[in-house]
Write a new protein. Structure first.
Length: 138
């Protein structure tokens, strides 16, 4: 698949995931989709809680799903969609959670921040420079 087609598919997967968002407190539905080197895609969406501070972000849910399936690296791209007019970037905690999976496979995934009009593309290392990760414990 061409990179552009792959990215369109990843964005569509993130949007579909956001349809399952459980966000009754913020009404802010976020979708995330992770692409792996083998072409597979794992999605996540935000899951809130009546104890507000326990909300799980979409990206963190996606990483947890992927790691629970046994993945330990190979993360090549991440798409994140939000409901607003501007693209959203992963929160600080999600950057760190994504970094764990990325560092395990020594990749620097592209991060596609998807808004209704605009897609801002960056990399995890730009969003989280000088990251602390598994290699830091060696
Ligand atoms: N949220 C995410 O899912 N990902 C982010 O990177 C930023 C914030 C969620 C958490 C909460 O459910 C809602 O968006 C509003 O903060």
């Amino acid at each position: 698949m061409q990179k552009q087609t792959e990215n369109e598919a990843l964005i569509a997967a993130a949007r579909e995931a956001a349809a399952h968002s459980y966000a009754p407190y913020s009404n802010f539905a976020v979708g995330a989709a992770l692409r792996f080197a083998d072409g597979s895609v794992v999605t996540g969406t935000n899951i809130e809680n009546a104890s507000y501070g326990l909300a799980l972000c979409a990206e963190t849910v996606a990483v947890a799903k992927a790691m629970a399936e046994g993945r330990r690296g190979g993360l090549t791209a991440v798409a994140v969609t939000g409901p607003g007019t501007d693209p959203i970037t992963p929160c600080g905690r999600c950057r760190q959670v994504l970094n764990e999976l990325a560092q395990l496979g020594r990749t620097d995934p592209a991060i596609l921040c998807v808004g209704p009009q605009e897609i801002r593309t960056t990399t995890l290392s730009r969003l989280l420079p000088n990251a602390f990760g598994p290699a830091s414990l060696d």
